[in-house]
Design a binder for this molecule. Structure first.
Ligand SMILES: *[C@@H]1O[C@H](CO)[C@@H](O)[C@H](O)[C@H]1NC(C)=O
Ligand SMILES: *[C@@H]1O[C@H](CO)[C@@H](O)[C@H](O)[C@H]1NC(C)=O
Ligand SMILES: *[C@@H]1O[C@H](CO)[C@@H](O)[C@H](O)[C@H]1NC(C)=O
Ligand SMILES: *[C@@H]1O[C@H](CO)[C@@H](O)[C@H](O)[C@H]1NC(C)=O
Ligand SMILES: *[C@@H]1O[C@H](CO)[C@@H](O)[C@H](O)[C@H]1NC(C)=O
Ligand SMILES: *[C@@H]1O[C@H](CO)[C@@H](O)[C@H](O)[C@H]1NC(C)=O
Ligand SMILES: *[C@@H]1O[C@H](CO)[C@@H](O)[C@H](O)[C@H]1NC(C)=O
Ligand SMILES: *[C@@H]1O[C@H](CO)[C@@H](O)[C@H](O)[C@H]1NC(C)=O
Ligand SMILES: *[C@@H]1O[C@H](CO)[C@@H](O)[C@H](O)[C@H]1NC(C)=O
Ligand SMILES: *[C@@H]1O[C@H](CO)[C@@H](O)[C@H](O)[C@H]1NC(C)=O
Ligand SMILES: *[C@@H]1O[C@H](CO)[C@@H](O)[C@H](O)[C@H]1NC(C)=O
Ligand SMILES: *[C@@H]1O[C@H](CO)[C@@H](O)[C@H](O)[C@H]1NC(C)=O
Length: 714
């Protein structure tokens, strides 16, 4: 038998006429028309024709394809195919489970997920779902239906891919050619922890128009102007805004596309309809799955400190196992109804990542389920509301509607279940170590003020309107913009400021105290007690002298059955022989004795009790205590009281002082009582009298206490 002679030009589709003839075996260069076989390209073909048949091999070491040419039932020994259209088919493109598939053959398909397994043109098995930006609608139908969800730190893009934002910058969510006039930006900020960021607001940038900002609390701003929208509003000729209790929806339309942006204060949803199939140039975190988070940071934010990352200590109260179980509810009924349309995986991962780091407060424990259900509802898949009762979630509502927090605050759920403006973690960080509620006291010549931070009070459940200074009429003033609460006093109203001398210093003291609610017999709030003081150094001791205005003060007093005169007199010696008169110069810090003496009282029946003495400035706006409850002011070691309650006269001594930078005059006032000493002791018990504690009603207190004053000047 003759050896077959083959014209291989036909077999491999070489140019007609480029015949190659051989007998036996040959190596053919087919680089002008390479052959793909099992995913590899071959440019050399080894052929061997023998009595056994015809073999063509790509590589000597590989299996060869055996080809037999048959004509009329007999083998042929010569084939010429140059004049006919060659039919060439590689019988073994792909193999799976021992089955062979040809190029472009479908291996299997699932109409519910729109996925198809097939053998591709280079003989590899591929699985195809819907094309990018399209979603499976079951029934093997893919539709262009791009939905992007941004919730907490998570961006779940049009392809259901998860990207996580870890800083507090602005990011482009959507931009691109069919919507060249619109860029959607998400702004992230921290809340209770510095290391977890949350979607805080959404900005729509429109060419030739002011930006539209959607903020927490259902607030819509056009540029810097807050818009009041009842239901519906149209801005320019392509923006429609719709506000309802669940959130704000903005529609931006162009000739061929509509972009919908929904924001409820926590979660944003971006839905785009338009010819993206024709123009796949959509960019931003939502549209471009290959972009990285940092690539989409706003150019103006690059280099600003918004990208600094923090490392807060982990919250040990979080049970990650429990949170994971909660997040996995998304994998169960009734959410399964939507699984074939939107893969829940990214939602579950975002949920676990967030809730294992950040406490499940402010509605966060329902937020990811809510976001998934909303995404599905846009696809017309309604998730049964039953999940809400299972998970303990209330129906959707715009978070913190109507509440306006300032820039360093965020809207949060308070301990009592209401809403309030809490401090953002970075702002609050410097206050945390001391548990401070505000700023240091600002002392000025004649006034002082203390500023408390509104959001720190709010976190502690303290109502600033219940706070006041020593004088209950001095309440705090709130700044409506930054929510700082300021308490202050000045020369004309000292709000109960007390003055204390300490060596060469004068200390002006006041405090911010919380009122117990009168309507309620109990309080669940911490009592507020914030002392603050201003310390002034006394002026040069040697140059200040005092003179008494009147050398002694005498008053006639009637108290019950008693008619008597009360005399107040000052001395410069312990024996009380050298009375101070209007010519005597008294130096600052000099010891002064003041005697209170009565005339007309029966020593055996009544005693004179000096209940209290205090000094005031000329305006009587500052008060400094010398004697309190019959005893020397324990805060001033220079004051001593002698013979109080033991007879019809007594005296006290102290070091002379003046009010710092106040009026030149000092008045000393005393309140005295008569005490029947027949059957009781009238001497006040001054031992162990603790500071600030008012003892029970003094037993010697009489119904008509007398007041007497003397004034010093310099
Ligand atoms: C061609 O095939 C014959 C018979 O199978 C064999 O003897 C010969 O070695 C082969 N030649 C080459 C180059 O493979
Ligand atoms: C055949 O392929 C093997 C591995 O791919 C290679 O090492 C060898 O050099 C090839 N032989 C020829 C003749 O091209
Ligand atoms: C599936 O698609 C076909 C053709 O597109 C349509 O005729 C049929 O009604 C669809 N079936 C369902 C259940 O949607
Ligand atoms: C908005 O406010 C910022 C800062 O307060 C200011 O710089 C800007 O000019 C304002 N823009 C408009 C449109 O008023
Ligand atoms: C973009 O805005 C300009 C001016 O507002 C308008 O002329 C143009 O048609 C808009 N482009 C598209 C694609 O809508
Ligand atoms: C998508 O992101 C990649 C990587 O950042 C970038 O090279 C590409 O230009 C982006 N595509 C569009 C349409 O913005
Ligand atoms: C953040 O904390 C983690 C765990 O405590 C630690 O491994 C990491 O080095 C810290 N990073 C920085 C920047 O401090
Ligand atoms: C965390 O939650 C899981 C599941 O709810 C529970 O079994 C486990 O005891 C919890 N762990 C702690 C430390 O509370
Ligand atoms: C989702 O797809 C699976 C198969 O991929 C199918 O069995 C199931 O019925 C589908 N579920 C729904 C709710 O359509
Ligand atoms: C507070 O206590 C008084 C006395 O016990 C009682 O008469 C009054 O009803 C209480 N008020 C409230 C609001 O409970
Ligand atoms: C006190 O004086 C008043 C009048 O000044 C007089 O009516 C009264 O009787 C006097 N009481 C005594 C106890 O002397
Ligand atoms: C003192 O009081 C007691 C009891 O209250 C009484 O019995 C006694 O007579 C009183 N003494 C005088 C001197 O009034």
């Amino acid at each position: 038998m003759l050896r077959p002679l083959l014209l291989l030009s036909a077999l491999i589709g070489l140019l007609p006429g480029a015949e190659q003839q051989f007998v036996g075996s040959a190596t053919l260069d087919i680089s002008s028309c390479p052959i793909s076989y099992y995913g590899e390209q071959f440019t050399t073909l080894y052929v061997n024709a023998s009595d056994d048949g015809f073999k063509a091999c790509f590589n000597m070491s590989m299996d060869c394809i055996e080809i037999e040419f048959v004509a009329n039932g007999d083998s042929v020994d010569s084939v010429s195919l140059t004049n006919t259209t060659p039919i060439y088919r590689d019988i073994s493109a792909c193999r799976q489970s021992g089955v062979l598939y040809f190029y472009d053959d479908e291996i299997s398909s699932d109409p519910d997920t729109c996925s198809t397994e097939y053998c591709d043109s280079v003989a590899t098995i591929q699985t195809d779902g819907c094309p990018p930006l399209q979603r499976c609608h079951g029934n093997n139908t893919c539709k262009f239906y791009p939905i992007c969800t941004v919730t907490g730190p998570a961006v779940i893009d049009f392809n259901d891919q998860l990207k996580t934002v870890e800083d507090r910058c602005g990011y482009t969510l959507l931009t691109g050619s069919p919507i060249e006039n619109l860029t959607v930006v998400a702004n992230f900020r921290e809340r209770r922890r510095r290391d977890v960021s949350f979607l805080d607001s959404v900005t729509l940038r429109l060419q030739g128009q002011d930006d539209v900002h959607l903020e927490q609390g259902g607030i819509v701003k056009e540029g810097n102007t807050t818009l009041t929208i009842n239901g519906l509003a149209i801005l320019g000729n392509s923006v429609l805004i719709f506000v309802n209790p669940t959130g704000v929806t903005v529609y931006v339309w162009h000739s061929e596309s509509i972009t919908l942006v929904f924001f409820d204060g926590n979660t944003a949803l971006i839905f785009y309809t338009g010819p993206a199939e024709l123009d796949p140039e959509l960019g931003g975190l939502c549209a471009n799955s290959s972009t990285s988070v940092s690539d989409e940071r706003l150019p103006e934010d690059i280099g600003s400190s918004c990208e600094v990352q923090y490392n807060d200590t982990a919250d040990s109260s979080i049970n990650c196992t429990m949170m994971t179980e909660r997040c996995n509810l998304l994998l169960e009924e009734p959410f399964t109804a939507c699984h074939n349309h939107t893969d829940p995986e990214s939602y579950v991962n975002a949920c676990i990542d967030t809730l294992c780091k950040y406490p499940a407060v402010d509605g966060l424990n329902c937020q990811f389920q809510e976001a998934y259900a909303r995404d599905c509802s846009l696809l017309s898949i309604n998730i049964l509301d039953s999940w809400r009762s299972t998970a303990g979630c209330s129906p959707p509502q715009s978070f913190c509607q109507g509440r306006i927090c300032s820039d360093h605050e965020f809207c949060a759920e308070t301990i009592s279940g209401g809403i309030g403006c809490f401090c953002r973690a970075i702002f609050a960080f410097p206050y945390r170590p001391n548990d401070a509620l505000g700023h240091p006291t600002v002392c000025e010549e004649n006034s002082a003020s203390v500023t408390l931070v509104g959001c720190l009070l709010e976190e502690k459940g303290i109502d600033y309107t219940m706070l006041h200074l020593n004088d209950p009429t001095c309440t705090g003033q709130i700044d409506e913009l930054d929510h700082m609460v300021t308490f202050s006093y000045n020369g004309s109203n000292t709000c109960g400021t007390e003055v204390m001398a300490n060596n060469s210093q004068l200390i002006y003291m006041n405090s911010i105290v919380g009122n117990n609610s009168v309507s309620d017999n109990i309080t669940r709030q911490d009592q507020v007690y914030i002392d603050f003081s201003c310390v002034f150094t006394q002026p040069d001791v040697n140059t200040v002298t005092f003179r008494i205005k009147d050398s002694s003060v005498i008053e006639k007093i009637t108290s019950g059955t008693w008619n008597y005169t009360l005399t107040m007199k000052a001395y410069t010696d312990a024996g009380r022989t050298q009375a101070v008169d209007s010519n005597t110069e008294v130096q600052l810090n000099q010891l002064i004795w003041v005697q209170l003496e009565t005339d007309g009282l029966d020593d055996g029946l009544v005693a004179l009790v000096t209940d209290s003495c205090w000094a005031t400035d000329q305006a009587e706006s500052l008060r400094y205590n010398l004697i309190v409850d019959g005893c020397a002011n324990p805060d001033d070691q220079t004051v001593n009281v002698v013979g109080n309650g033991a007879g019809t006269s007594n005296y006290f001594f102290f070091n002379m002082f003046q009010f710092s930078r106040s009026s030149s005059e000092v008045s000393v006032h005393c309140k005295v009582n008569l005490c029947g000493n027949l059957n009781q002791t009238c001497t006040p018990n001054c031992n162990g009298a603790s500071r600030r504690r008012r003892s029970a009603k003094l037993k010697y207190e009489d119904e008509a206490p007398a007041f007497i004053s003397m004034t010093w000047t310099h």
